[in-house]
Design a protein around this ligand. Structure first.
Ligand SMILES: Nc1nc2c(ncn2[C@@H]2O[C@H](COP(=O)(O)OP(=O)(O)O)[C@@H](O)[C@H]2O)c(=O)[nH]1
Ligand SMILES: [Mg+2]
Length: 209
């Protein structure tokens, strides 16, 4: 496995319909309930705090936001570089968006996840303190039905002790029938798993590495 770093990241555009999607680059999409930490995760991976808007008020992001990411292989004697998109999706499970979750899947988010070219991985984020909730399970199943490669990211791991975090990991692994490499823990506060998650995503983006 190669080692990678994200050296540059910039906002590209926001979209609600396919005509507004930017030119299709390889994409990694981030989905999860409102407030789960999607924007914080993108900022943490890019080491750029103001890149995606973080808010303590759930339901703020109502568009599909595209960021252009520049990654560089940090291994000796390698000058590999790659450009791709991170895609921050509106959260589900927030009543005030006036849509039920069912509408989310049949609406523009569902259309994007089903149809967009170039999505290699969908990171589904779930707060590590939660039990698997109905709409999280529904989202996961729906993504699988679309044939998407899903990486489960358990967020806010700083909120639990190491033992509690490992117990939650085991619970999600069993409930969703996942392999070890399909589930990661993350804290956007300490960024400890940053390098590991970037390398993991790059494996999907450039499988031969
Ligand atoms: N303790 C802790 N708080 C986090 C973490 N990630 C996000 N948050 C907080 O959770 C709230 C929602 O984060 P945000 O990234 O806007 O979530 P989004 O709605 O999924 O994009 C904010 O108050 C963040 O500061 C984390 O890893 N640890
Ligand atoms: Mg957000």
């Amino acid at each position: 496995m190669r080692n990678w770093n994200i050296i540059k990241a910039k906002y590209v555009t926001s979209a609600v319909k396919p005509e507004q999607y930017p030119v299709a680059l390889t994409q990694v999409a981030f989905i999860g309930r409102s407030n789960v930490g999607k924007s914080s995760l993108i900022n943490s991976l890019c080491r750029q705090n103001g890149l995606a808007r973080v808010s303590s008020t759930p339901g703020k992001t109502q568009t599909i936001n595209f960021y252009e990411i520049d990654a560089k292989c940090t291994d000796e004697n390698s000058d590999l570089r790659l450009k791709f998109h991170f895609v921050d999706l509106p959260g589900y499970g927030f009543a005030k968006t006036s849509k039920t979750d069912k509408d989310v899947w049949s609406g523009f988010i569902g259309k994007y996840l089903e149809k967009a070219q170039g999505i290699v991985t969908v990171c589904q984020l779930i707060d590590i303190r939660h039990k698997p909730l109905a709409n999280d399970l529904q989202c996961f199943e729906w993504l699988k039905d679309c044939g998407r490669n899903v990486l489960l990211v358990l967020t806010k791991s700083d909120k639990l002790s190491k033992n509690q975090a490992m117990a939650q990991r085991a619970l999600f692994k069993k409930e969703l029938n996942l392999q070890d490499k399909e589930i990661v823990l993350y804290s956007s506060l300490d960024n400890a798993e940053r390098g590991k998650l970037i390398n993991r995503l790059m494996e999907d983006i450039l499988p031969e590495c």
